[in-house]
Design a protein around this ligand. Sequence first.
Ligand code: 5GP
Length: 209
Amino acid sequence: MKHRGILIVVSGFSGAGKGTLMKELISTYDNYALSVSMTTRKPRAGEEEGKSYFFVEKEAFEQTIAEDGLIEYACYCGNYYGTPREYVESCLDKGQDVILEIEVQGALKVKEKNPQALLLFVTPTSAEELKHRLIDRGTETMDVINDRMRRAAEESEIMDHYQYLVINDDLDTCVKEVHQLIQSEHLKVSENLDLVADIQKELKEMKGE
Ligand code: 5GP
């Protein structure tokens, strides 16, 4: 029987480059599925419905909450963001490793319900570097950037709930590091109890027990 996939939660400050990192990871390696979130935020230039997000009105979002259609959701800078349940569950059942790129409150909720989930936090090398990246991106006004820096300060308080830091300095190195972290999860004894039991049984039989 194929093993259930691993649920990977990736958070990081807005502007830390986690979107680019995840896209690169998925295009470089097989077996990763990226969950597409639902949001009430308006699309930015270049964002595509169903690829970047499922863009919905507040009423539709609240309806999905009522139907228990989301694994988790949170309010971030005045908008709702949530993870649709169905896609994630079906990928995990097929043995695919599923990546949720979500903010910290949602991440804590996922960990609470799925203690075996792997939590990664993406950060640049300093707060100064973070601010430069947000400004260079050129997609937000200075008010929004300041709002996101304030939010980053709050998020930094929750960083120690994560298992691993991903320091996003060099993209290629980071992609390899994240892949290795996920592969290590597959080798955990707790993920391989069937194999352990088989080896134990076989060894007992060899001893003639
Ligand atoms: P942005 O508006 O920049 O696309 O995303 C803002 C924040 O919302 C980011 O930190 C992003 O990771 C987070 N986010 C995106 N989708 C979800 C989701 O489904 N659930 C939660 N809790 N956060 C999300």
